[in-house]
Design a protein around this ligand. Structure first.
Ligand code: CA
Length: 232
């Protein structure tokens, strides 16, 4: 279960991330509303639930909710707020939040609310992401590809390769820089060596080449990498 946590207060964000990870959630912690929107716009369906703080730099939690709902996006949202005036709660719910918690709150309560939202989420998540001839299945964490002969074949991927390909599929035809890739895939790893990105990209492309797609992921010199849908 993957959670998008948007909280700019460092201590609270770090404590939430720790607790959620202890409960075996995968957590993407973002500290800015505008950055959170980039995650949501291209990859909301990887998340089971989103947690938004109300007041954020970039875009507020309310604005994030409104943008999601304007796109008919059903991702369950838990809003965190220090405000406890009645009209603020109403405003949060009107904006499309599913539930809210007033700071300070106990971790046990947060986890209970998350479990409730998660049960709803499981009923609405689209199980697959399709980009060009690639098909990613969230239930099985597998990616298949239509070969040039029209056959659908499963691509055996390591966990890291899966995360990489998922990231590219969420941002088709967009250049992803090495730093963006590191931030997304190796965010939490302390002993990270920066040569790893190039090495992983090589392995992933070698696999795609086996299925006849040697140009599917392109190196954009000096800028990063790009998944080309016209190639698929
Ligand atoms: Ca805040």
């Amino acid at each position: 279960m993957r959670i998008l946590l948007v909280e700019d207060e460092y201590d609270l964000g770090a404590a939430l991330e720790r607790s959620l990870k202890r409960e075996k959630y995968v957590v993407d912690w973002v500290k800015d509303g505008a950055e959170a929107w980039q995650f949501l716009e291209n990859g909301w369906n990887q998340y089971t639930v989103a947690i938004f703080d109300w007041l954020l730099p970039g875009l507020s939690g309310i604005e994030l909710c409104q943008r999601l709902r304007a796109k008919q996006n059903p991702l369950p949202v838990l809003m965190l707020t220090a405000r406890d005036r009645m009209e603020d709660r109403v405003m949060g719910l009107d904006a499309g939040a599913d539930d809210y918690l007033i700071k300070p709150f106990g971790m046990a309560e947060l986890l209970a609310r998350l479990r409730a939202l998660q049960r709803r989420s499981l009923q609405i998540q689209p199980p697959q992401l399709q980009v060009g001839n690639l098909l990613l299945d969230y239930a099985t964490s597998a990616v298949s590809i239509s070969t040039h002969t029209g056959e659908l074949q499963n691509i055996p991927l390591t966990a890291k390769e899966f995360q990489l390909l998922e990231y590219f599929m969420q941002h088709p035809n967009q250049i992803l820089s090495r730093d963006q890739i590191i931030g997304r895939i190796w965010r939490a790893e302390a002993d990270f060596n920066s040569n790893v990105v190039a090495a992983q990209m090589r392995l992933l492309r070698r696999k795609l080449t086996e299925y006849g797609y040697d140009q599917l992921i392109e190196t954009v010199y000096g800028m990063g990498y790009k998944l080309n849908t016209h190639e698929t």
